[in-house]
Design a protein around this ligand. Sequence first.
Ligand SMILES: [Zn+2]
Ligand SMILES: [Zn+2]
Length: 130
Amino acid sequence: MIHPHLACKNCGSGDLRRSRGRSLSELRKMAVGIYPFRCMECGYRSWISIWSSSKFAKCPRCLSFKVVEWSASAYRLSLSKQILLAAGARLYRCTMCNRKFVAFRRPFEEKQSDTLLDGPHPALTVKTNL
Ligand SMILES: [Zn+2]
Ligand SMILES: [Zn+2]
């Protein structure tokens, strides 16, 4: 599984996999949202916090940014999720591992679509009424 937005601190590869916690202290870290990742290129093991500075919604299971907004019927959600949604959070589905989660952050892809221009640049299509 490739995480385009995570990179190995040692070699810069984006091919990181989550590895298992091996000791009690590691499991404690994981309980607060810091997970060990192993680089598939060079084997370097690093800890990445899911609460790190990103301002985008991120999957809590595999830490992928490839999430899409997901609209579910409210009655299928747990009460805690309903409360979060009522407070302004959004429901997301991870396209990598299919995990559904709630986050207050916006999706990474959201702002990107309007920078991909298929047609001519808007500045070139201004009509001249002369
Ligand atoms: Zn590496
Ligand atoms: Zn995921």
